[in-house]
Design a protein around this ligand. Structure first.
Ligand SMILES: Cc1ncc(COP(=O)(O)O)c(C=O)c1O
Length: 417
């Protein structure tokens, strides 16, 4: 899929809007999202998997902006949520409750009750005590909790260890060897309906092989469950499809993913759910930032920008690579780092690289900032969170206001004593 960010006449455009004009109007740091790209990615995934007709539950944690979710809701997406906050956000953006699955290892009673009252499609259950809790909440409310147990297929997705979730040493899911036993237990609990099985092996996976391996393993369990429980009808294969962060990196194409898993999943005759996030929004966004100072060190230059690790924490958290581009095209480069103003050595976007030769006041963009960026933002160093803008063709609109000082101190007080 081609990028929605391209140069025209030496200026970077987001679809048909000059990024410099967005920075002028809305200020920096600024997240800019392409609506067409989000929609195209969703459609490409749906088309690649058309044989399976999956319910695509967008992973809200990846980018929970209402405008992003409303774009996907209009395409017929469901949502994969991991908290009551995400659930209510998804509902507010127009995603129907019967397309929402609720994952996560630590669901509280209050969160389970919200989900039961909303009558969501599915709880993906991560442990036996969680089964007990959903059962007792459902019984108390006179509701039914539809459940899919998350099994851990113990495959190596060959990704960063912080985003690998399907190995036996990870906190997620239950041991695949014990899955049938745990389903038996679920069948005995009141207020539950055995609806399906869930897996999610990790994120930013670039190779289809681990998916095929995991699908083979869970397919065997699914066939057994289908034979045992007449209500068993869904298999949720999670998210994780990897995208291109570096120019030399090959993304996992939806078509490659589909060819690896569809032949294994189709014969099961169950409704397939999936929970993609990054592949839909990752390359739909950039973080626009202005150079505040150029500091010349003995061996390299530091481009000190007005965005920081509180806006995008992926480089220090996951040693993640993000391409850095200039808003005004240049072929000149300098060697060095792009760093933020936060008092941490971990506050960087790029280290020891050839960078666009930017001067004080110039605009840079951090690419691939649509996923796990704003949703992981914080107020560290008392920095207000950035604004977010959506573009479509020549249109653009502020879809989240920049935080203010009042936002920073809201709800905080000094004891009268
Ligand atoms: C349970 C679950 N589903 C879906 C996702 C989305 O993953 P991705 O953005 O890699 O598609 C995640 C993220 O790690 C997750 O934990």
């Amino acid at each position: 899929m081609s990028s929605p960010f391209s140069y025209r006449g030496g200026q970077l455009f987001a679809e048909d809007v000059a990024v410099a004009s967005l920075a002028e109007q809305y200020g920096t740091p600024l997240f800019v999202y392409s609506r067409s790209h989000i929609r195209n990615q969703f459609r490409a995934l749906a088309a690649a998997l058309s044989d399976l007709k999956p319910l695509i539950c967008y992973a809200v944690k990846v980018n929970s902006n209402a405008a992003v979710m409303a774009t996907l809701a209009a395409e017929g997406a469901g949502a994969d949520v991991v908290s009551a906050g995400e659930l209510l956000r998804a509902r507010r953006a127009g995603i129907p409750a019967n397309r929402i699955s609720f994952a996560g290892v630590g669901k509280t009673e209050a969160e389970i009750e919200v989900a039961l009252k909303e009558d969501i499609l599915l709880f993906t259950v991560e442990s036996e005590p969680e089964l007990d809790r959903i059962s007792s909440c459902a019984t108390r409310l006179g509701r039914t909790g539809r459940i899919a147990i998350r099994v851990n297929p113990d495959v190596d997705p060959k990704t960063h260890k912080y985003i690998s979730t399907g190995k036996k040493e990870n906190k997620f899911g239950v041991d695949i060897q014990r899955a049938l036993q745990i389903y038996e237990r679920a069948a005995q609990l009141p207020g539950l309906e055995i609806a399906g099985l869930h897996m999610h092996i990790g994120s930013q996976i670039l190779d289809a092989q681990p998916y095929a391996e995991a699908a083979e393993k869970v397919a065997r369990v699914c066939s057994e469950l289908k034979a045992r429980y007449p209500t068993f009808r869904m298999l949720d294969i999670g998210g994780g499809i990897g995208i291109q962060y570096r120019p030399d990196q090959a993304p996992l194409l939806p078509t490659t993913f589909a060819s690896a898993v569809a032949p294994i999943l189709k014969p099961l005759g169950v409704q397939i759910l999936m929970e993609p996030g990054r592949v839909i929004v990752g390359n739909a966004g950039v973080l626009v930032t202005r150079v505040q100072y150029v500091k010349r060190g003995p061996s390299k230059q530091f481009l000190i920008v007005d965005a920081a690790m509180n806006d995008l924490i992926r480089p220090p958290l996951y040693q993640a690579h993000h391409e850095i581009g200039a808003v005004r095209e240049t072929s000149k480069t300098v060697f060095g780092d792009v760093v933020g103003p936060i008092c941490e050595s971990g506050d960087f976007f790029a280290l020891d690289r050839d960078l666009p030769a930017a001067q004080q006041g110039d605009l840079l963009v951090v690419h691939s900032a649509g996923a796990y960026a704003y949703t992981m933002a914080s107020n560290y160093n008392s920095r207000p969170r950035a604004a977010e803008v959506m573009v479509e063709g020549a249109r653009h609109e502020l879809v989240r206001e920049r935080e203010t000082f009042d936002d920073l101190v809201r709800g905080e007080h000094i004891p009268h004593w």
